[in-house]
Write a protein that binds this ligand. Structure first.
Ligand SMILES: C=C(O[C@@H]1C=C(C(=O)O)C=C[C@H]1O)C(=O)O
Length: 355
């Protein structure tokens, strides 16, 4: 990877707008907690795929086709300090008016899934929906706002002329590898914040999150990888709380590609059992997820290999003047369709707030 060139934030954003207008691929991102923006620019419009996650660059994977993970080549790498400009105190949240038809459709989708869970082997299935809204903001501008609004999220704007443009602020790590050390998380359970008081998690959310932890432990055991796991803790994701267990351990370089492929998709975005829930989603969800609930992130080469991949949540697809925001939630036998509907509305605010 070429050494990063230092830029001033506005200069960097302007260079990317120009790259975008020239229909050339790029990604700009901010790591959780970081005060720096980083951009990877590819100098031609070729569409390349990673073979085994060893090539340096930035990978972008769809939900349902892990073999075709796109790789952006780092022909140019730019960094800039993130300005800490205060956002207006008054939230400029765009109220998206949900029509009643969509509410009934989604609640029926959830109710049918609950029935399927009661009658079949399915234990959990994650269902989701797209929300289309008009926006006058550019994709890079939306990314810039997200980076300021969500300091603890991984924020990004990704573009390839042959694929499209995606923007997001995700709270979920898929896999982080630094040298021989790896970290992943089991993230599930959602409660909208009301004040600063941490929530009282109910058995339903605890069980749903525990299923994800259990699944990751089984995947690691199958690969012969030992894992240390934390207690489940409440974690902050903008206006939402989630339940999170951190899992870590040691991984050999030759195990990394299989670990990524076995971890994706986790039951946090698909379900349990995996095949049945994947099939249920394909049959019933009624739209293609594309890159929503896929994963993305940087691969650095060198003696200390470093990989940081995130699950593509709280994201949108950007098309000229239009944002398609994707939101979903895990359904178990104890789910309530009305609450699940409200959960998708709460999750959509992450993006709607900055449009
Ligand atoms: C599917 C989404 O989120 C996932 C589902 C969650 C849940 O069911 O509570 C929580 C976090 C994510 O793992 C989404 O944000 O669209």
């Amino acid at each position: 990877m070429p050494s990063p060139k230092n830029k001033i934030q506005d200069e960097l954003l302007a260079q990317l707008e120009a790259h975008h207008q020239n229909h050339l691929p790029f990604v700009i991102f901010k790591y959780p907690g970081a005060s720096e923006l980083k951009a990877i620019l590819q100098s031609d419009a070729s569409l390349n795929f990673t073979s085994n996650f060893t090539e340096p660059g930035f990978v972008f994977s769809p939900f349902d086709d892990g073999q075709r993970t796109i790789l952006l080549r780092p022909d140019d790498v730019l960094i800039a300090k993130l300005h800490n400009t205060e956002l207006p105190k008054e939230s400029s949240l765009r109220q998206h008016i949900e029509d009643q038809k969509e509410a009934s459709r989604y609640k029926k989708l959830v109710a049918d899934a609950i029935t399927a869970i009661q009658q079949h082997d399915l234990r959990k299935v994650v269902l989701s929906r797209p929300i289309e809204v008009a926006t006058a903001n550019s994709a890079i501008n939306i990314f810039n706002q997200l980076s300021r609004e969500y300091p603890t999220a991984f924020c990004y704007c990704w573009y390839h002329p042959k694929v499209g443009c995606w923007v997001g602020a995700t709270p979920e790590i898929l896999l982080k590898v630094q040298g021989a050390q790896f970290t992943t998380v089991a993230l599930a359970g959602t409660i909208e914040k009301s004040g600063t008081e941490k929530p009282n998690w109910q058995a339903k959310e605890r069980e749903e999150q525990q299923l994800v932890t259990q699944y990751i432990l089984e995947v690691a055991a199958d690969l012969g990888i030992e894992v240390n796991s934390s207690e489940a803790q409440t974690t902050d994701a903008g206006a939402l709380w989630h339940l999170k267990t951190t899992l870590s351990g040691k991984v050999q370089p030759e195990q990394i590609a299989s670990m990524i492929r076995s971890l994706h998709p986790t039951p946090a975005v698909c379900g349990i059992p995996l095949k049945e829930s994947m099939y249920y989603i394909e049959q019933h969800e009624g739209y293609p997820r594309k890159f929503y609930t896929g994963y993305l992130g940087e691969i650095k080469e060198g003696s200390q290999r470093e990989i940081q991949l995130f699950v593509n949540l709280r994201c949108m697809e950007y098309r000229e003047g239009k944002a398609i925001v994707y939101v979903g939630g895990g359904i178990t036998r104890d789910s309530d369709p009305e609450k699940e509907w409200q959960e998708t509305i709460a999750k959509s605010r992450t993006i709607l707030k900055v449009l």
